[in-house]
Structure formats: structure tokens, C-alpha cells
Design a protein around this ligand. Sequence first.
Ligand SMILES: *[C@@H]1O[C@H](CO)[C@@H](O)[C@H](O)[C@H]1NC(C)=O
Ligand SMILES: *[C@@H]1O[C@H](CO)[C@@H](O)[C@H](O)[C@H]1NC(C)=O
Ligand SMILES: *[C@@H]1O[C@H](CO)[C@@H](O)[C@H](O)[C@H]1NC(C)=O
Ligand SMILES: *[C@@H]1O[C@H](CO)[C@@H](O)[C@H](O)[C@H]1NC(C)=O
Ligand SMILES: *[C@@H]1O[C@H](CO)[C@@H](O)[C@H](O)[C@H]1NC(C)=O
Length: 507
Amino acid sequence: MKLLVCLCLTFLLQLGYADDEEVSNIAFPDGFLWGYASAAYQVEGGWDADGKSPSIWDNDAHNNPSWFPEGQNGDVACDAYHKTDEDVALLVYQGVKAYRFSISWPRVLPTGFTDNINEIGIAYYKDLITKLKANNIEPLVTMYHWDHPSSLEDQGGFLNESLIIPAFVDYATLLFERFGDDVKWWTTFNEPKQTCAGGYDWGGISPQKRLSGVGGYICAHNLLRAHAKAYRVYDEKFRATQNGKVSMVIDEPWHEPSSNSTQDQEAAERQNLFNYGWFADPIVFGDYPDVMKQRIAERSQLQNLSQSRLPSFTDEEKAELKGSYDFLTINMYTTDLVLWREDDPIGEPSIYDDVGVTTYQPDDWEKTVTIWFKVVPWGARSLVRWINNRYGDEKGIIVTENGYHDNGNNLTDLGTRGRYHKLYLSNLNDAIYKDGVNLIGYMAWSLMNDVEWYAGWLVNLGHYHVDFDSDERTRTPKESGVYYRKVVTTSCLVDNCTASPIKLNLN
Ligand SMILES: *[C@@H]1O[C@H](CO)[C@@H](O)[C@H](O)[C@H]1NC(C)=O
Ligand SMILES: *[C@@H]1O[C@H](CO)[C@@H](O)[C@H](O)[C@H]1NC(C)=O
Ligand SMILES: *[C@@H]1O[C@H](CO)[C@@H](O)[C@H](O)[C@H]1NC(C)=O
Ligand SMILES: *[C@@H]1O[C@H](CO)[C@@H](O)[C@H](O)[C@H]1NC(C)=O
Ligand SMILES: *[C@@H]1O[C@H](CO)[C@@H](O)[C@H](O)[C@H]1NC(C)=O
């Protein structure tokens, strides 16, 4: 351990951490929600088991296998569908207080609708939730992590408002009914920007529809309205008896101005608002950020369209949306620098041109091993501080994902993945004690290696290795998992911490 710490120092120096003393030594608040995060498609497998229908990801990966690395899809994944006892035991051993997982919509509702409830699917989640609760681990349940039933996509998916809004609200209502006595932390949608901009605008992820500059906004509009209605159903029918919390999981890298010029600062703020604000402004304030409304309307007019490509909410919808969250969330991995740029001439519309900024990561920033992103610990502090300042500190923020990429096979990853968590957490700790940010929880991505969507398992972030060549899908701990276990059981990043002055009461 000591030797590894010394080897790290050369890296630490590059980041301005002169030595270990500069990693915060104040304990995280008492009652802090330490956990792990996962998603159904990425871990469960059982893709057609016991009445489950195919999701849009099964449709793309199973039926069109060339999109994924050979055989590396969610058909079996980590086989978590058959390993509830083993995986709960790992979570208990790791000492976490919470487990964030998602429910597969086509596993509980194979047609997408509540006229056909798959009780075997319900029983799978009921068993998982019961076992977590029996071990004092709070389930933090995502209702939708990208995998709606493929049959819903055949009818337009998130672009079809008369389909997706009522179908999602019925699905959410069923989950409250069946699981709400035990689940106190709900999120409706995971990373809606990826679902909408990725799935329906540039088309890089399932369902791979490309409607540039149009599809993303329509999808997001329908998704936000579905979220608000599900939230109000909870208010009306369940909150009084179940007393839980409901929110949405939003992702964003931190966007730092590339200089102190007014233009670059404005550009970085605009980029934050087009990303995080696209979803957070509606659920907190009841409408899209002004800069989005203005720029998209102006650029639509320049295209000679009779109305903005960004749909608008009715007064009734604004009222339903406003305040439809009980905590704030952030999935964070990295940071980009932002440069102001001249607007492009009007061509094919795109979200990219609607934002109208340039983002980049300097070459000399440290890479993760797979170079999907750079390691930028200070960005974590700036990001949660920005969220806390813009949206208020009353309800608290949970980091719902954070983790480090490599090829997944390095078990002695204390100096890479372990150090990543340590430095990001140290910056989050500074955000709590130096900036007054009301951070209430942290979910590492992920407990174990999984199916990283179209990268299969060529890229991974787990604290446990999974042997995908074996039918047993054997889980083996990595050094990062040993370190994280120590952090969550002591709430401390170093060997000896000062007690926290903060006691959270999250009930
Ligand atoms: C949209 O959904 C409605 C209601 O389910 C359905 O009747 C209609 O055919 C769908 N539209 C498209 C284009 O599939
Ligand atoms: C911006 O100004 C601050 C305060 O003067 C300084 O610390 C920082 O390095 C400057 N940032 C850039 C990118 O020039
Ligand atoms: C919009 O209409 C104006 C006036 O008819 C025309 O000059 C311009 O080229 C049109 N712009 C686009 C993007 O079609
Ligand atoms: C494994 O991670 C350690 C840092 O913890 C690093 O020094 C080593 O090079 C990595 N090994 C491989 C094969 O990537
Ligand atoms: C831990 O730190 C406290 C104060 O910061 C100090 O009084 C105590 O001796 C330390 N304990 C150990 C075992 O280093």
C-alpha cells in the first residue's frame, strides 16, 4: 500500500497535489449515501427469459450483432438476473448504503403497456429489493435506463407523444404500486440527453434515429412531460403513504471557459445550460433556459420555419413540471474547455450548431487508459458548485455516477481507478466544506465490469472483474474495490480523518 502511494506522487504532482496531505482529511457527512450504480441492460442478461420482450438495445445488439464487438452484448451480460444473492452479498461486503439499479421496462411490461404484466419480472425485482432492504441497503431505482420495449419504438417511441407519455406514466404508476412501500429513492429517466440527442438526433445510440436538430428536442419535450406527470401521480396517490423521493438523473461533463474572456465565459455557461439546464431548468423552474429558447427560435427563423424547432410548454405543463424533483443528481466523468465561436451559417440544423460553441480537452491533460475521457478532478468541484448555485441547496445533490475507464482487466488498479475516485472525492469533499454544497450521496460506476453499451466489455469501469469467458461470470475484486470499501466504511479518504460537523437526515 505504502509503495503504491509513493508511486502515485509523480502523478499527483502533475495535478497540483503536492502530497497526500492535500487529499481532504475531513470525513464525509454522517449519513452520506455511499453506493454503486448499474443499469439493467448492462448487467442482467436474461434478455428473453421468463416472458421478457426485446428492448431497443436487444433489437440493435442481438439482431444486428455487427454493431457490437463479437458476441459482447447484453444477452447474458453479468448474468445478474440469476445472481441476486451473490451480488447482494458483494454489496454488503463492500459496505455500501445504497444500490442504484434500473428496472427493465420490457421485463415487467413485455408489450410496454399495463394490460400485460409479467409477474415473473416483477418477482425478480421484488426479490432484489427485499434482499437489499434486509441488509440495510437502500434501493435507488431508475425506472428507465435507455431500454424501452422495441414494440414501442415501432410506434414512434419517444417521438410519439400520444404513445410514450401515457405508457410511461402507467409504467411508473405500476412501479410505485408494486415497489413503493420499500423504495424511497426513485428516478424516472437516466441521462435523457443521451436518450434524446443520442437516440433521436445524431442517432449514435439506440434506437439510432437521425433527425438532426429536431428529433432530440421533440424526444426531450415528451420525456419531460412524462416525467412531470409521473411525479404528480406520486404526489397524488403515493407520497402520503410511501413518503419517498422522486427525481431524474442528468449527466454532464463540467464545462470550463477556456479563458477569462467574457465571450468564453458566456459560451461555457451556454454549454452548461444546453446540457444540464435542458432538463434541470424545466423540472426546477418549469421551463427551458432562456438562452435555449432564444437561440433555437432565432435559428429556426433563419431557416424560414414558421415556428421554433424547440417545442414550448403550455402553462399547465409548466406548472406540472415546476418543482417536480425531490433531489438533484449528476452523472459526471470528465471536463471540457469551452471556446466561443462565430455561428455557422444555417445549413442542416443540429443541436451542436444551436449551442454554437467549441469544446475540447487539452492534449496535456491526463488520459484514462482507454482515452474516452480525461481525468480532471477539479472539474467535479466546479460542476456540483454550479448545480448548487443555480438550482439551490435545499434538496441536496447525489452524484449518481462517477468512475474510471480502462480495459477492465487490471486488478492492481489502485494507482489508476482507485486514485481517480480518491481525487474526485477529495474535490467533492472540498465542495461540501469549502463551498457549502449540499452533497448527500455518491454512487460509483460500477460494482463490476459490465456491458458498456456498444463497446461491449472492451472498456470497463468495475471494482470487480467479471470473467465473461466463463458461464459462471466469476466476479474477482480489484484494488479499487478494496480502497472504495475502506472509503465507504470510514467516510474518509485517508488513514485518519477529522469527524464531520454535518449530520444528514435523509428520511
Ligand atoms: C403513435 O401512438 C398512437 C397511440 O398508441 C398510435 O395510434 C399511432 O399509430 C402512433 N403513431 C405512429 C406514427 O406510429
Ligand atoms: C482567470 O482568472 C483567475 C483569477 O484572476 C485566474 O486564477 C485564472 O487562472 C484565470 N483563468 C484563465 C483560464 O486564464
Ligand atoms: C429564407 O428566406 C429568405 C427570403 O426568401 C432567403 O433569402 C433565404 O435564403 C432563406 N433561407 C433559407 C435557409 O432557406
Ligand atoms: C494497472 O494499474 C496500475 C496502476 O494502479 C498501473 O501502474 C499498471 O500499469 C496497470 N497495468 C496495466 C497492464 O495496464
Ligand atoms: C488522527 O488525527 C487526530 C487529529 O487530526 C490526532 O489527534 C490523532 O492523533 C490522529 N490519530 C492517528 C492514529 O494518527
